[in-house]
Design a protein around this ligand. Sequence first.
Ligand SMILES: *[C@@H]1O[C@H](CO)[C@@H](O)[C@H](O)[C@H]1NC(C)=O
Ligand SMILES: *[C@@H]1O[C@H](CO)[C@@H](O)[C@H](O)[C@H]1NC(C)=O
Ligand SMILES: *[C@@H]1O[C@H](CO)[C@@H](O)[C@H](O)[C@H]1NC(C)=O
Ligand SMILES: *[C@@H]1O[C@H](CO)[C@@H](O)[C@H](O)[C@H]1NC(C)=O
Ligand SMILES: *[C@@H]1O[C@H](CO)[C@@H](O)[C@H](O)[C@H]1NC(C)=O
Ligand SMILES: *[C@@H]1O[C@H](CO)[C@@H](O)[C@H](O)[C@H]1NC(C)=O
Ligand SMILES: *[C@@H]1O[C@H](CO)[C@@H](O)[C@H](O)[C@H]1NC(C)=O
Ligand SMILES: *[C@@H]1O[C@H](CO)[C@@H](O)[C@H](O)[C@H]1NC(C)=O
Ligand SMILES: *[C@@H]1O[C@H](CO)[C@@H](O)[C@H](O)[C@H]1NC(C)=O
Ligand SMILES: *[C@@H]1O[C@H](CO)[C@@H](O)[C@H](O)[C@H]1NC(C)=O
Ligand SMILES: *[C@@H]1O[C@H](CO)[C@@H](O)[C@H](O)[C@H]1NC(C)=O
Length: 847
Amino acid sequence: MKDSIPSSLLSLLLFTVFLLLDFVAPAAAFNPADSYYIACGSSKNITVENQIFIPDTFNLRSSGGDSVVSSNHSLSSPIHQSLRVFTQTGFYRFRIKRPGRHWVRLHFYPLSKTGHDLNSAPLTVLTDEFVLLHNFSFANSNLSYMTREFSVNVTSDTLSLAFIPSNGSVSFINGIEVVSIPDELISDSAMAVPHGPYSGLSTVGLETVYRLNMGGSMLTAKNDTLGRRWDTDVKYLHVNSSVLQKSVDPEIVNYPVDLTKEIAPSWVYSTANVMNDANVTDSTFNMTWVFSVDPAFSYLLRLHFCDIFSKTMDTLVFDVYVNSDLAIPSLDLSAMKSQLSVPYYKDFVANSSFGSNYLSVSVGPDLMADTKNAILNGLEIMKISNGRRSLDGLSSVDNLLPSSANSVNKEEKKNMVVVIGLVAGILGVAVLILIGCFFFFQVIYRRRKLHRPWLPLPLYGNSHTDSKIATGTQKSVTPSLISLASAHHGRIFTFAEIMDSTNKFDEKLVLGVGGFGKVYKGTLDDGTLVAVKRGNPRSEQGLAEFHTEIEMLSKLRHRHLVSLIGYCDERSEMILVYEYMANGPLRSHLYGAGLPPLSWKQRLEICIGSAKGLHYLHTGATQSIIHRDVKTTNILLDENFVAKVADFGLSKTGPSLDQTHVSTIVKGSFGYLDPEYFRRQQLTEKSDVYSFGVVMMEVLCSRPALNPGLPREQANIAEWALEWQKKGMLEQKMDPALIGNTNPASLKKYGDMAEKCLAERGVDRPSMYDVLWNLEYALQLQETCALVDPDENSTNHISAIQLTPLESLENSMAVDESAGINSGTDEDAGETTTSAVFSQLVHPRGR
Ligand SMILES: *[C@@H]1O[C@H](CO)[C@@H](O)[C@H](O)[C@H]1NC(C)=O
Ligand SMILES: *[C@@H]1O[C@H](CO)[C@@H](O)[C@H](O)[C@H]1NC(C)=O
Ligand SMILES: *[C@@H]1O[C@H](CO)[C@@H](O)[C@H](O)[C@H]1NC(C)=O
Ligand SMILES: *[C@@H]1O[C@H](CO)[C@@H](O)[C@H](O)[C@H]1NC(C)=O
Ligand SMILES: *[C@@H]1O[C@H](CO)[C@@H](O)[C@H](O)[C@H]1NC(C)=O
Ligand SMILES: *[C@@H]1O[C@H](CO)[C@@H](O)[C@H](O)[C@H]1NC(C)=O
Ligand SMILES: *[C@@H]1O[C@H](CO)[C@@H](O)[C@H](O)[C@H]1NC(C)=O
Ligand SMILES: *[C@@H]1O[C@H](CO)[C@@H](O)[C@H](O)[C@H]1NC(C)=O
Ligand SMILES: *[C@@H]1O[C@H](CO)[C@@H](O)[C@H](O)[C@H]1NC(C)=O
Ligand SMILES: *[C@@H]1O[C@H](CO)[C@@H](O)[C@H](O)[C@H]1NC(C)=O
Ligand SMILES: *[C@@H]1O[C@H](CO)[C@@H](O)[C@H](O)[C@H]1NC(C)=O
């Protein structure tokens, strides 16, 4: 492949750019983990208020969306000059590196002369979970363009946006922003007016309907680190003459330590409206703003205050009303922090006033106060999604996307026409692979033969973890697991239930026997098949592993990790109940059990699945988790041969390596153990990568990791296979069952990757993310070779591929510096010694 030629040069370039950006980045400003700015249908970058929107043709596969570009130069915003039109449901998919709340901003401008009547096109837009827009059309509004801002809490590793045209019409979109929001910005609870405490905000969808900077000018995205737009308040004032605008130097605003500066820019807090006619005697005198709202929804109101007006403390005391309900009685801002000019905000949940279509906010002087005045600096009003998870109408996502209710979530769908897997956290190596793909797709494109769309990996890409490790520092001490685990540990079974489900631990139901104890096939009351692992009660070490496993599994949920259903610790039993994996361990499908051999494609898919599971362990959770016991018996296959990683008894996030665990590993997993870990007793994710390299070799060669019956130089698969790989003759050692059915390019990619995983030094090994990309690539190589496969009749084809290396640098903060280091090093002086030590350690006691 051509990708090998420019790789070292390019990674050097990436590395340099990464360093440069790192250097330039301001330390204090919020740095969103995910940030996508997409100019839909455009062929070039578009800059809007200092923000670069990159074309969606980058890394795009499309069969439905047509791009339209306008030559009209008198548009209200540059983002309006292009759009993408969908005649059938179109999807954009974003890889989300860090779960949590994200802005989703959508820009619409119905360009004329596109061949479609965009002005009357009904717009329906969904995320995986929420209805954002339903049946909106410009023709029925007074708008000529619009930007809608939503915020949704993304809990999975991708966010999809679906644009659904009504039958007979089209849908379109000009620009999309998907950007992380700091967790502190929207908390779970607020005060409901008039009913008291309200919680549950963390799971709802929100749409910004009003965001005002009282007494000040309009603020655009470039005046706000979170890209928010703040309007002026004048047109919402009930009585214009009631207010007086105040402003001070923004420098005066004094953010308290417990308040993030992202809550609102100092420009918002440094301007305010105060009452025009103080010293009034009318007790109902107040400032009131009135907003028209859809009465079918509840609203989150955030009021921003900052006393930039008083000269002394405790003089300004006022009341706050939402509709005509008292929301805060006798608010004394200076008393909060014993200081003036300190920002303060308060969240409320309210409905429209008495079912009308308006909602009002008032501030007025407190009767008891010395100074008869009141102040308001900023106000945000956000619509809260309803019970059907909709922000527009009563239809739910399932109603609107009925034929494929899950399609937004599922990995591959025929009707998926547009997919963006932009760069989020593309690590250096992955970038190289993309470039490889570029050449590869060019070839395919020319042949017009690709039957199934290549999809980017839906992944987390927590590259911060990666680069920390890549620098070779010892893994930082992580807080104790137990404190992190949620209280939810799954179902607690009684011993009697377990006895029933396993027919009193019937020996006929034994699925396997491990160091921990026996595993039985069980059937729960409701017929669910489960695997019941019963620990050996006398093993103290078993108890620790038992708890580790419960703690680990109960906070991890992933398609490629075996799920814990529950446990039983009655009568000092240690019983874990897992989902049942019908096809058992991977190992028995490779050798020794007389099962039919797996095809190369199946093997690749299994490797990809387990790599996804491990990648999730390493980066998906709040803290990185190292499995420590990756081997073919710990990779289980379900009835569809989907691979899931199992057995977390040895997993580690804890602070130090205690001796018992080290010896446990040594005993349990000869042949898979990272030599560097042996030597330096330093555990990193790269130890799992090494073990995974061994698994890859085992999968290719269908022989045990360690076979002491063989001559010394063949006993250890890692050494033996690496030897053949380095000679470029690994394919001669592969499972004979594979001969004739593997694409040599796929095989080569695989061998190269396994070799890299088995590098002596952890820093030279790729991350699981890199491994995953390469395996996906190897699968693609295999697939395109075997294209004569008639069951794929998807009409998808590639219509636009534009990929330049520099464009991939969007988000290049995330470029893994290990990529730069990786390709630079090849020979390690310590290699032979380490290897020798390893062999010595392994062979005398190997089993
Ligand atoms: C160009 O855009 C402006 C602003 O949207 C619009 O008023 C005008 O009619 C457009 N001109 C053409 C030729 O489409
Ligand atoms: C969509 O809106 C149009 C008018 O704006 C209306 O005639 C039509 O019934 C609406 N369709 C749905 C499904 O609500
Ligand atoms: C459009 O504007 C007219 C008059 O300005 C107004 O009566 C009407 O309610 C507006 N329609 C919408 C949907 O805002
Ligand atoms: C849209 O589909 C519905 C039923 O699926 C049909 O009754 C209606 O006529 C269609 N409308 C158009 C404009 O094609
Ligand atoms: C997002 O949702 C998850 C799960 O419901 C929750 O744990 C998390 O706190 C939420 N994040 C935010 C920022 O609300
Ligand atoms: C907005 O930001 C620009 C600089 O980016 C600054 O010059 C301008 O004064 C700001 N405007 C306001 C109202 O804050
Ligand atoms: C208040 O001021 C705004 C903008 O200056 C103006 O459009 C509006 O008509 C005024 N309202 C009243 C009641 O004077
Ligand atoms: C309010 O009353 C105080 C003293 O009663 C006076 O000093 C101040 O000037 C008055 N303010 C206005 C705006 O009339
Ligand atoms: C605010 O003032 C208006 C008159 O300007 C009055 O009708 C209303 O009741 C007052 N609101 C409150 C909450 O006092
Ligand atoms: C808003 O209305 C809903 C139903 O109409 C009701 O359940 C809820 O309590 C109301 N919220 C407030 C704050 O009044
Ligand atoms: C587009 O923007 C990206 C990211 O900011 C940048 O790397 C790239 O060079 C730009 N492309 C063009 C053609 O300006």
